[in-house]
Design a binder for this molecule. Structure first.
Ligand code: ADP
Ligand code: MG
Length: 502
């Protein structure tokens, strides 16, 4: 009996020992995996670092590339496109105008009425629809007929709002958020598609003519009177309200900027034919590239798998279309190299499944248990991860967005440097007294809706410029600025009123 008891006790001790060993092993393995994941995060943080010194190098590089792009066609990855816009709205415009805006994710139709004073601007209708994915890969005929039919519905809804004694022709600004080589204020040819668009049969076609053709086919009496890049629309809107506005930047699905340049600095344009001595230049800054940009292995993978690899390098680091996918790639790598996210989710392996609005929702989740993070991870096929893993996800969002916002700030400072509004005074930093108030109009869903992006960008811009200069620079956010601004720009380019005020 005594021997049996001894044997049983010994066996129990052996079992307890091996259970304990297994637990210790599992815990050690768990710790190793956690260390591995922390290592991935640390590598990401290092690769995304944007210290002030590096940002200043970016500022210089952007200003240099801007210059190179102005000197000769193809002189830089920055196309520095002519817009033929030399006069911006100032508030004295009159009449009723329409704008149709094809963005990266949305298209909008608006109607504005102007009574000759800033305060009389009336944005009468705004329609905003998301662009069906099928349209992004369709043909030019399908695209333009879709836009024409949307405009037709919009006009029909107006009904008899206009009780006109004589027939009038409606005037439309076509706001187009893709690179176009403009041949005049109302014509231009698509250079390439970006932001996931791949519509065939567009090469060499005049964009405004395509839309006009589609409107004519439907018997709509509307004239496509101007073709406007969205950044130029935003600049027009900014200038209408505040004449110190000299540049505009869009942070939406993609990113781009334009600014007012002296015509004598646009060396590649022999005969700019402007009366004001300046012209708005569409930088197409999404294509900016510098070997000093903080690029990670995730950026390289994203680029390699994109339909426009080796192109739009800057946009792929700061555009709303891409931030979510960078975050997704980091989470996927972590889930492949550890089991902290449970079994590898097939949803998580799907490109672009994590949108940037979910990134901001996770980043700005202020619940103590990070419930929003948990919910979004669940949608990605990752359930029930502990709080420390959810915190890790928030950190990834922070690193990716902070880099984007700081690079965006460097872009803005680059423009200010190019036009001599960065306080460097051509190397004479003591010229404080000549600093003029400078307004940069900013719009786009990323900037308007993602508070952390906005805060990081504003902070970095202040750091780059220094407090003394930053106090003269105003970054003004504006909703729908590019659509409304295009209509205002059209109004300012027309001397006669097209539709009498109702
Ligand atoms: P478009 O690019 O079509 O002109 P917007 O300027 O409205 O349209 O930008 C839409 C983009 O802004 C979305 O694709 C998304 O990347 C980003 N965005 C929208 N809402 C948010 C949000 N809440 N948080 C972060 N990004 C957002
Ligand atoms: Mg836009």
């Amino acid at each position: 009996m005594g021997r049996v008891l001894v044997m049983l006790t010994a066996a129990a001790a052996v079992v307890a020992c091996s259970v304990a060993t297994a637990m210790v092993r599992r815990r050690m393995k768990g710790r190793r995996k956690w260390r591995r994941v922390v290592g991935i995060l640390k590598d990401l943080e290092e690769a995304c670092e944007t210290p002030l010194g590096r940002l200043r190098q970016m500022v210089d590089a952007i200003a240099v590339e801007m210059q190179a792009g102005l000197v000769s066609e193809g002189g830089s990855k920055l196309k520095m496109l002519l817009t033929f816009v030399d006069d911006l709205p100032n508030g004295s415009e009159r009449g009723t105008y329409y704008a149709l805006h094809l963005g990266g994710s949305y298209f909008r139709i608006i109607k504005v009425q102007l009574g000759g004073q800033r305060s009389s601007l009336e944005v009468q209708d705004v329609e905003r629809h998301s662009i069906p994915t099928s349209l992004m890969n369709s043909t030019s005929e399908v695209l333009f007929d879709f836009l024409a039919s949307s405009l037709q519905r919009f006009i029909e809804k107006e009904g008899n709002d206009f009780n006109l004694s004589q027939p009038v022709k409606r005037e439309l600004a076509f706001t187009f958020s893709f690179p176009v080589k403009q041949t005049s204020i109302s014509s231009g040819v698509l250079i390439k598609w970006t932001k996931g668009f791949a519509i065939s049969e567009m090469a060499g076609e005049d964009i405004a003519e395509c839309l006009q053709g589609a409107l004519n086919k439907r018997g709509l009496d509307i004239r496509v009177a101007s073709l406007v890049n969205d950044t130029v629309g935003a600049l027009s809107f900014g200038h209408f309200h505040d004449p110190d506005t000299i540049a505009a930047v869009v942070f939406g699905t993609g990113s781009n900027a334009c600014y007012l340049e002296r015509t004598d600095a646009i060396i590649k344009c022999q005969n700019p034919r402007t009366t004001s001595g300046s012209m708005v230049v569409n930088m197409e800054w999404g294509n900016f590239w510098s070997s000093r940009l903080p690029r990670t292995s995730y950026d390289l993978e994203l680029d390699a798998e994109s339909m426009n690899s080796n192109d739009m390098g800057f946009e792929k680091m700061i555009g709303g279309m891409y931030l979510g996918d960078i975050v997704r790639r980091v989470i996927l790598r972590m889930s492949q190299e550890s089991d902290i996210f449970g079994p590898i989710s097939s949803i998580l392996s799907t490109p672009f499944v994590l949108r940037t609005n979910s990134v901001s929702a996770m980043h700005e989740d202020d619940t103590s248990e990070l419930q929003e993070v948990a919910r979004i991870l669940k949608d990605l096929g990752v359930s029930e991860v502990p709080l420390k893993v959810r915190k890790l996800v928030v950190k990834i969002c922070d690193v990716v967005t902070r880099r984007a916002a700081r690079l965006a700030a460097a872009g803005i400072a680059g423009i200010l440097k190019k036009v001599g509004r960065d306080g460097s005074g051509g190397g004479r930093r003591s010229d404080k007294q000549i600093m003029r108030r400078t307004v940069v109009a900013v719009e786009g869903g990323l900037y308007l809706n993602y508070r952390m992006f906005r805060e990081y960008m504003d902070e970095a811009l202040r750091d780059i410029l220094g407090e003394d200069v930053a106090q003269h620079v105003v970054v003004k956010a504006m909703e729908d600025g590019s659509s409304i601004g295009s209509a205002l720009l059209l109004a300012s380019s027309q001397s006669v009123q097209t539709i009498p005020s109702v």
